[in-house]
Ligand binder design. Structure first.
Ligand code: KMH
Ligand code: ZN
Length: 277
């Protein structure tokens, strides 16, 4: 009997909407920087990319044409599963967030509730969640449910009960932990979240923001989950040591996975896991 290691989905989140280019010049904000970071991350072992884009002044953007060009460029330059953020920045209106699906990504993020987000509010009221979910089903885009809090897990069960399974028939969630205002980035919180997942969930990953990144990553591996890493979520490797590239974080995730006898999943395995086209 072969005992090949179980596959580990590594998602890279290279940019996010919160960090400024002036605070972090190595953050990939232009299209060519983003594609470069995605290529390097794929070579390092990532199978999916979670994408936020910026405008010409490096500010967060949901510009429809830019989003389409970004999806095309990532498809051209990489084999990664392309997941567009529908969360955007805390300032983005619901209408623009729904329009993200016009760019025909493979996957989209879908946050399961409103959460305090540092000093801001990341707004995801129930009617917006329902609209976005139904649109993802219509457009055949696979959602990744982002869970910032235990209540978001309960909201996911309610959503599936009301509207059925996502396009593709699989249910993949990502625990986003350690946001000031959301659930803490601890093993205890992750264990509670995983225990509460509805039975329809077929796979889950976790990411710990800032200094919780290692605790959450190790806890996720010990529970058999998958990992999301990237400069959207963490900007230091250890206290005072800046991240130089997204690939560096992917390499670290691969090394952590190797200790847990997991090998990086390929993009085509990820497509199968997630039920993407
Ligand atoms: N930037 C946060 C306000 C997502 O991508 O869907 C929302 C976020 C979640 O990053
Ligand atoms: Zn995001």
């Amino acid at each position: 009997m072969s005992l090949s290691p179980a596959a580990l989905l590594i998602t890279v989140a290279p940019t996010g909407a919160e960090t400024t280019k002036s605070d972090c010049p190595q953050l990939p904000t232009t299209l060519s920087e983003l594609v470069g970071a995605a290529k390097e991350s794929e070579e390092a072992g990532a199978a999916m990319v979670h994408v936020h884009i910026r405008d010409d002044d490096d500010r967060p953007s949901l510009d429809p044409e830019r989003l389409k060009d970004t999806v095309a460029a990532l498809r051209e330059g990489t084999g990664l599963v392309v997941q567009l953020s529908t969360g955007g920045s805390v300032h983005d209106p619901f209408e623009a967030r729904l329009k993200v699906l016009d760019a025909t990504p493979d996957s989209c993020s879908l946050t399961m509730g409103t959460t305090n987000f540092g000093d801001d509010v990341f707004s995801n009221p129930w009617p917006f969640i329902c609209d976005l979910y139904q649109l993802s089903q219509e457009r055949e885009v696979v959602p990744e449910f982002e869970l910032f809090d235990l209540g978001h897990v309960a909201a996911l069960a309610r959503l599936i009960a009301r509207y059925g399974l996502p396009y593709g028939g699989k249910v993949h969630v990502d625990f986003v932990m350690g946001v000031p205002g959301g659930m803490p980035g601890t093993t205890d919180a992750l264990v509670a979240g995983v225990a509460a997942l509805p039975p329809e969930v077929t796979s889950w990953s976790a990411t710990g923001i800032g200094r919780t990144t290692l605790a959450v990553g190790l806890a996720a591996l010990s529970k058999g989950g998958h990992l999301r890493v990237g400069m959207e979520d963490v900007l230091t490797l250890s206290r005072g040591v800046p991240v130089e590239s997204n690939a560096q974080l992917v390499e670290r995730a691969v090394a952590m996975g190797a200790l847990a006898q997991r090998r990086p999943m390929t993009p085509s395995e990820a497509r199968e896991l997630l039920g993407c086209r």
